[in-house]
Write a protein that binds this ligand. Structure first.
Ligand code: BES
Ligand code: MN
Ligand code: MN
Length: 460
């Protein structure tokens, strides 16, 4: 192992140069104009997988953006097979004017790399690539069998991947899935994420009169769709943070006293948290702590709202249409299709008759829980401890990686989520960045992990 760790440190500059190349490719999955860049990125990964020594490397056309696969299966039948998953697609860059450096021209300042995709997820899955390289170049072999799949549609809800997994069940068959696409609880605090939230994403369209109207001539006599929409939104949640949709909480599993106790042991400074966000007071569901609210309880948020005049100065108009995007983060055991239906029924029930209201479900995904009392998780604790010199903590994350539950369903394998990002690295936001210390410590940790996974018996 000494050799492998030294290799990672000696080759750090080259690793980062390669990562910069990857970050320069603007692989924004939701932008139809990016199609050539998605292919370009897939080809870059294809080359890179070959260079580090993977076999059977291939770009798979999925119907949507391509996925890239490679493997190394020569460790022996008695060794476990690990499927490493990551995503090369990134979020859009707007609002572009708020970036301090261009999103696809990465810069490094104080050992932090800035650019779209740095922490979510190119910088993170590249950790896996470089641990594979470190093992193969120094030992000529890997301690376990490895399969790698990097997809290009995670940020748009992985629409093509479930079918790809079904069609390629044998290709992807594995004992465990390894993902680095979450955060560490805090800097210098390596973390094992054992829970992700699910998601149901909705759109509400409200239509009033058949054209924008003069608000003097018509105002007061015709319903304003913005007012009607505001009214609907105000009834989705009460002022104690409880969601008012009938049946919403029916399938929510209560947090066990044991789990709540564990959450309380995580270091959390509420004053520092408020300060970092410039807010005077926090808001959330009554009866739950901030950690529980943001990771283990379901929630509902308006993500966007529109209607009427938004330009400079005043324009007296009674708009014809208004709309909103609403996301609900779900917890494991809540079924997105059921929640979508409850949402649609509820909004239709409370909508005033004075406007037409149309509710659409945009995309969704299941939450997931990984059992933590397993050999693979115990091995991860040891590996992270070796990589960081600190004992890791167990966390749940509020974000979603819907494919995790699909993997469980179709491959029967649990995901081990070892994230090396930080919560304040601006994922999805301007000036996204990634701490390169965690890039290097990540490479060491994953290299150790591959070794630990080779001897799971000792964790039984
Ligand atoms: N890497 C994130 C998931 C994540 C976010 C995990 C925060 C832990 C903390 C992933 O790329 C992501 O952004 N997922 C989307 C899923 C959606 C597009 C279906 C999300 O959570 O909004
Ligand atoms: Mn991600
Ligand atoms: Mn993301």
């Amino acid at each position: 192992m000494q050799k492998i760790i030294k290799y990672a440190e000696d080759n750090k500059v080259r690793f980062i140069d390669e990562l910069i190349e990857l970050l320069k490719i603007p692989s924004i999955s939701n932008d139809p104009d990016s199609k050539p860049e998605m292919q370009n990125c897939a080809e870059w990964l294809h080359n890179q997988m070959k260079t580090i020594g993977l076999e059977n490397v291939k770009i798979y056309q999925t119907g949507g953006h391509p996925a890239v696969y490679g493997d190394w299966l020569n460790a022996g039948k008695d060794k476990p097979t690990i499927l490493m998953y990551g995503h090369y697609d990134v979020q859009p860059i707007d609002p572009i004017e708020l970036w301090n450096s261009p999103p696809f021209e990465p810069v490094i300042k104080d050992n932090i790399i800035y650019g779209r995709g740095t922490t979510d997820d190119k910088g993170q899955f590249y950790i896996h690539f470089k641990s594979i390289e470190a093992h193969l170049k120094n030992k000529g072999k890997l301690p376990v069998n490895i399969k790698v799949i990097i997809e290009g549609e995670e940020e748009i809800g992985s629409p093509s991947l479930p079918k790809f997994i079904k069609d390629n069940n044998e290709l992807l068959k594995c004992d465990y899935i390894l993902i680095s696409d979450t955060s560490m609880y805090d800097n210098d605090l390596p973390s094992i994420c054992y829970g992700l939230r699910g998601l149901a994403f909705m759109q509400i369209d409200v239509t009033g009169p058949n054209a924008d109207l003069h608000s003097g001539s018509f105002g007061g006599a015709v319903e304003n769709p913005i007012n009607a929409l505001a009214n609907i939104i105000s009834k989705l949640k009460d002022d104690k943070g409880k969601i008012l949709i009938d049946g919403f909480y029916d399938d929510v599993l209560d947090l066990s006293p044991q789990e709540r106790k564990e959450f309380l042991r995580l270091p959390f400074d509420e004053e520092k948290f408020k300060k970092s966000l410039d807010v005077e007071e926090l808001f959330g569901e009554e009866g739950y702590t901030t950690i529980e609210r943001k990771s283990a309880r379901p929630t509902l948020d308006c993500n966007g709202i529109w209607g009427g005049y938004q330009g400079q100065g005043a324009k007296t108009v009674l708009p014809s249409v208004a709309g909103a995007k609403v996301s609900m983060r779900l917890v494991p055991n809540q079924e997105p299709p059921k929640i979508e239906e409850l949402f649609i029924d509820y909004v239709n029930k409370i909508a005033p008759k004075t406007v037409k209201v149309n509710v659409t479900a945009l995309h969704s995904g299941n939450g997931s829980i990984t059992p933590i009392d397993t050999p693979a998780v115990k091995a991860a604790m040891v590996a992270l401890k070796k990589g960081f010199n600190i004992d890791p903590v167990f966390i749940r994350e509020g974000g979603s990686i819907p494919i995790v539950s699909t993997f469980k369903e179709l491959l029967g394998a649990d995901a081990i989520l070892l994230g090396f990002g930080l919560q304040d690295e601006n994922a999805h936001s301007p000036d996204e960045h990634f701490d390169l210390r965690n890039f290097i410590r990540g490479i060491c940790s994953i290299s150790y992990y591959l070794d630990e996974l080779a001897d799971l018996k000792k964790y039984k």
